[in-house]
Design a binder for this molecule. Structure first.
Ligand code: FES
Length: 100
């Protein structure tokens, strides 16, 4: 997916790290939250499990649960309160619900 919902305007000199989002190579800057990584890569954090489209997070402070994503291993993470790590493999759609 080319172009994201978020466009970085500052702090562009941190080291770049790689991750995989829905099987697609992506990158983020060291220290980014996973939510920032997802929204600089694409236009949604995840697809709603209720079929009502893309979600972008709401509270951005780990309270609303609108930003759940999964690792390929099945771990569920709040994107807004998880710091992105190099090599993360994240799923944002087509995830059987509920997962752990
Ligand atoms: S955006 Fe609300 S919990 Fe992450």
């Amino acid at each position: 997916m080319a172009g994201g919902l978020f466009h970085r305007v500052g702090e562009q000199d941190r080291p770049r790290i790689g991750l995989v989002i829905d099987g697609e190579e992506a990158s983020a800057l060291e220290g980014d939250t996973l939510l920032v990584a997802l929204l600089t890569h694409g236009t949604a954090v995840r697809q709603s499990e209720f079929g009502d489209g893309g979600r972008a997070g709401f509270c951005l402070m780990a309270a609303c649960q609108d930003c759940w994503v999964w690792t390929e291993d099945g771990a569920r993470l709040r994107a807004c309160s998880t710091t992105v790590q190099a090599g993360m493999r994240i799923l944002t759609r087509d995830v059987p619900w509920p997962r752990s």
